[in-house]
Design a protein around this ligand. Structure first.
Ligand SMILES: [Zn+2]
Ligand SMILES: [Zn+2]
Length: 93
């Protein structure tokens, strides 16, 4: 996911708006996000923090990222939905 460094949402390369590393599952699950590599690059202003459709302001976008994260970790770890819920608290799919 992070081989090519570009914004997960809009695909920009960070030239005009620097890219931030965003933990898909935060607060209580931040450490697990770190452990399982559940992070994406996002344009700092537009897609991460301040934009109208940025992940920290728009629940819908946040959910899209969480769905992506859930699918990724379930695939990589071979988890069932139940196993995912045990680790991250709920099912986002
Ligand atoms: Zn963030
Ligand atoms: Zn972006």
């Amino acid at each position: 996911m992070e081989i090519e460094k570009k914004c997960f949402l809009c695909g920009k390369n960070g030239y005009s708006d620097p890219l931030d590393s965003h933990h898909i599952f935060n607060s209580a699950y931040r450490k697990k996000s770190e452990k399982y590599g559940l992070k994406v690059w996002l344009c700092h202003n537009e897609c991460h923090i301040f934009g109208r459709e940025s992940v920290h302001r728009d629940q819908r976008i946040d959910n899209i990222l969480k769905q992506h994260g859930q699918l990724k970790v379930m695939q990589e770890q071979g988890w069932t939905t139940e196993q995912f819920i045990k680790q991250f608290g709920k099912n986002y799919l």
